[in-house]
Design a protein around this ligand. Structure first.
Ligand code: FES
Ligand code: FES
Length: 916
């Protein structure tokens, strides 16, 4: 028995003294504000105060706090949010909210000890924390506001203002319950037995020893799946539980359901699996070779795409310049701070109900009902508060297993993955090898592009065909090129499992395209920025597949100029590389951005929205859209309030419940603001018209901003049997692309932007520091400025990680980077000083002229940074993440001189194919 003070009360604990403090707080005292992000002391999500000192509760045995005072985020908010929590909320530093309680705890301690802490002190203090959403900038801003005594909640919620994030107060207080925080009466815990080999036949599964472990209730295998044992996005090829074969080490063999998580995990280890190990398919090129082991009956080619226009061979034959290069990008891990989890339980009507982080509850319901062989109306899926997603939660991971166990056992079952399990089993960004040949005429007009793209989709298909389509469509970059031949293939291997990830294939190809523009320009003796400007798409121009829609303004050139100006590129021109001294070199680089919004390619891109007037004189908006931190729920409330002419505060929202909200599609493809936002606008406008008409008919006057007047209106309308709700559905129509040529309306609209970076490269250490980054994006119209800025900060952090440090390494089919010690994510000290600007050119298809920013803000960051690095070094890099070896750094000193000379005199330099 030990006693300690917990949030100002004295508590006793009688369990194991070695138990981690985080587990005691969560399991024994119900304080779930401390979150488990990594379990190894590398993310800060579990931060609490012990005697006022920031302490990682995942690294602290409970015995260490005996007789001491422990404070959690909930305790800090005992009398309402404390100043730091309030400031984080006000500054927009809360997105998914998973890291927020830990950050609030840390900053509270920092500012208590040093109430006038400056930016440097705050930044240094934040270093132990990882945030995958915010890019840290607004956290620093929040702490500075507290130090300066500047506070104040924003007023109103009109379009363009920044009302507080929906549920942000609960997040800041550590009181929002994510899936791992939930409990249900009589609940069991699930643990998974993972595949031991990346490629093997399963000969036998013996569960007898596991069943003997005390507390084990059931061990389920593929034989227990009542419906279809396979599920997936584009193709149903992923087994719920493998019965005959495993294709990567994230495959699942069995599920244990037990009274405790400990018993379940112990039993999962005791399951004996007999395998016949098969040869590994570890390389996408080799996977396509004759004689390679076949991972599926149809072979190893998961998807193939062509886009063809013009006469590419003739254009190359007639070109004045040709440049070719090959670019490589690695597996990248999404790393949302919340690991995968699901709770399957039963709702008030006895319906199987799965509560989980998700990006599309309707798709999950469809798949779970197929797996269980149930009518879809017997399954309900509810999105739990979600600690980041970025595409990862498009594919289900543990939801089918929790559902299966709960259905079989007729008891609630919860499964929560560790960080290692999450890394091992979930989707990654597709690694790509992108071979490009680019041709131009003597004046620098691009005439032809020939691209061959090979992607590693790993063990299963997921979204491979669609990702490949997006990659091919975006392979040109935002340039008009008359003759194109774009060929993409996505291949099965035993390496990992690739799927949707912010940018959806465009991220990799835009890195290659924008890197290639710099390389080609230098080789051909042109200025890289001028080469871009000569070739950028114009209003009504043609992408590789389609004419740009009428009314869509192309502002990429303006974005580019503004981004370059913001990083001072003009002053740096001609001085790059040599700046900064002999061992520290500086460089600038840029990237022009275009991005197709929505699913595209003829897939119905439909969102529904319903809005009603409630008896309480408020409005209730219902959408199926998932908000996992990007702020869509807040923005939809703003749109609805504007259309209704009411106050933001009078609009409530209910989201992402397959039983009670309309289907609003996936939260992907930067589509929610544009598509669901438009449905919300239309539904709200319809309701306003209905209310106005009814009031006119009944001779009533009402004020949409006055709840009392709305209450009276509701009472009268309900009494008369008049409708008090409206529904709208919006579709972003596109074409199914031509099978042979790939021509057609690939995307209904496009976003434009540009980013520019200034970097410093230390030739002695090879270390790259991004000093400044400017991001200029045309968002159509600013609806919520703070959320937009937050999206850009966060996207840039992810792009910076991709450029400089992130790589999910797999060797022999075994992952080598399974937690935040070996997989490096950007921390606060990695982030540059940033300038963010928005252009508002009025998107013809979006609500009140707005369009999404989630992905466009990411796709330009890596090329801008790597272009700047190459500018500093004087030689060309083509692979991500950038690795500067000692030898390269030495060479840079010599090469740099020639390089600068070449730039000044427009001489050919670099990896040149030749001037014809
Ligand atoms: S969970 Fe403790 S530091 Fe990550
Ligand atoms: S807000 Fe920090 S991880 Fe999502």
């Amino acid at each position: 028995m030990l006693t300690f003070h917990l949030n100002d009360r004295t508590v006793t604990y009688g369990g194991k003294r070695s138990k981690r403090l985080i587990d005691v707080l969560r399991d024994d005292f119900g304080l779930t504000g401390a979150k488990l992000g990594c379990g190894i002391g590398r993310c800060g999500a579990c931060m609490v105060l012990v005697d006022g000192k920031p302490t990682l509760s995942c690294r602290t045995p409970v015995s260490a706090v005996e007789g001491r005072a422990v404070a959690t985020a909930e305790g800090l908010a005992a009398e309402g949010l404390n100043a730091v929590q309030e400031a984080l909320l006000e500054a927009g530093a809360v997105q998914c909210g998973y890291c927020t309680p830990g950050v609030a705890v840390l900053l509270t301690s920092v500012l208590e000890q040093n109430p006038e802490a400056d930016r440097r002190t705050i930044t240094k203090a934040l270093e132990p924390h990882l945030c995958r959403c915010t890019g840290y900038a607004q956290m620093i801003e929040a702490a500075e506001n507290v130090a300066r005594g500047e506070a104040g909640r924003p007023e109103g919620g009109e379009l363009g203002s920044s009302p507080l994030r929906h549920q942000g107060d609960l997040m800041a207080a550590g009181r929002l319950r994510y899936t791992a925080d939930l409990k249900a009466p009589d609940m069991l815990f699930g643990a998974i037995r993972w595949a031991d080999h990346p490629h093997a036949l399963v000969r036998d599964i013996d569960t007898s020893a596991a069943e003997q472990i005390p507390g084990v209730v059931a061990v389920l295998t593929h034989r227990d799946v009542p419906g279809d044992n396979h599920y997936g996005k584009a193709v149903k090829d992923q087994p719920v539980l493998c019965g005959d074969r495993v294709r990567f080490v994230g495959d699942k063999i069995a599920l244990v359901a037990a009274q405790t998580e400990e018993a379940a995990r112990q039993a999962a280890d005791r399951i004996r699996v007999e395998y016949e190990v098969l040869p590994l398919v570890g390389d996408p090129e080799a996977a396509l070779a004759d004689g390679s082991p076949r991972l599926f009956d149809g072979g190893n080619l998961a998807a193939e795409r062509w886009i063809r226009r013009g006469d590419v061979d003739r254009a190359f034959a007639e070109a004045a310049f040709i440049h070719e290069a090959t670019f490589r990008t690695p597996f990248v891990e999404h790393a949302p701070l919340e690991p995968e989890a699901a709770l399957a339980t039963f709702d008030e009507e006895g319906r199987l109900t799965v509560i989980a982080p998700s990006q599309n509850v309707f798709f999950d319901r469809h798949e779970i009902s197929r797996i269980l062989g149930l009518d879809k109306h017997r399954v309900r899926v509810i999105q739990a508060p979600t600690g980041g997603a970025f595409g990862k939660r498009e594919d289900m991971v543990v939801q089918p297993l929790a559902a299966l166990a709960a259905w079989k056992l007729q008891r609630p079952v919860k499964i929560v993955l560790t960080r290692e399990e999450s890394f091992r089993s979930t989707t990654k960004r597709h690694p790509m090898v992108i071979r490009r040949r680019l041709a131009a005429d003597a004046s620098g007009r691009l005439t032809a592009l020939d691209v061959d793209l090979l992607a590693d989709t790993g063990a299963y298909t997921s979204w491979a065909p669609n990702i490949l389509r997006k990659a091919c469509v975006h392979a040109t970059g935002p340039y008009f090129i008359s003759h194109v031949r774009l060929h993409g293939r996505s291949v099965y291997t035993n390496n990992a499992f690739s799927g949707a990830f912010r940018g959806f294939g465009a991220t990799q190809v835009l890195f290659a395209a924008e890197r290639h523009m710099d390389m080609a320009a230098r080789a051909w003796g042109f200025d890289p920025v001028e080469l871009r400007h000569w070739n950028l798409l114009q209003d009504g121009g043609r992408t590789a597949t389609q004419e740009l829609p009428a009314g869509l303004k192309v502002t990429v050139g303006e974005c580019l100029d503004r981004a370059l100006e913001a990083v001072g590129a003009a002053e740096a021109a001609g001085k790059n590389g040599v700046r900064g001294g002999s061992m520290v070199r500086r460089g600038t680089g840029c990237a022009a951005i275009f991005y197709g919004i929505g699913y595209g390619g003829g897939i119905p891109d439909i969102s529904g929205a319903r809005i009603s007037l409630t008896p309480a004189g408020r409005f209730l908006l219902q959408v199926g859209a998932v908000d996992y931190g990007q702020g869509s729920s807040t923005i939809f409330r703003q749109i609805a309030a504007h259309a209704l002419g009411t106050e933001f505060e009078l609009v409530d929202i209910h989201t992402a419940d397959s039983e009670t909200t309309p289907d609003s599609g996936s939260t992907v493809a930067s589509r929610q603001t544009t598509v669901t936002g438009r449905a919300v606008q239309e539904a709200a406008e319809r309701l306003r018209q209905k209310l106005d008409q009814a009031a006119w008919d009944l001779g009533l006057r009402y004020d949409p901003q006055d709840p009392e007047s709305l209450k009276l209106l509701h009472a009268r309308l309900a009494g008369e049997g008049r409708p008090v709700e409206a529904f709208a559905r919006h579709n972003l129509a596109t074409d199914k692309l031509d099978q042979g040529t790939g021509q057609g309306v690939a995307y209904a609209t496009y976003a434009w932007g540009a980013q520019a970076a200034e970097v410093e490269v230390n030739l002695r250490t090879g270390k790259v520091r991004v000093l400044r980054l400017a991001a200029v994006h045309d968002v159509g119209r600013v609806l919520h400025r703070q959320a937009l800025r937050g999206q850009v900060f966060g996207a840039v952090a992810q792009g910076l990680g991709m450029a400089l440090m992130e790589e999910y390494r797999v060797e022999g089919g075994q992952p080598k980077t399974l937690n935040f010690d070996t997989y490096r994510l950007p921390r606060v000290s990695d982030m540059p000083e940033m300038t963010i600007e928005f252009l508002e050119s009025a998107e013809p298809l979006g609500p009140y002229g707005a369009r999404g920013i989630g992905e466009p803000a990411l796709v330009g960051t890596a090329p801008a940074i790597v272009n700047a690095v190459c500018d500093a070094l004087g030689f060309e890099l083509t692979d991500l993440p950038v690795k500067i070896h000692r030898k390269d750094a030495k060479n840079a000193k010599e090469i740099n001189r020639d390089y600068v000379h070449a730039l000044r005199h427009h001489r050919q330099f670099g990896r040149r194919v030749g001037r014809r």
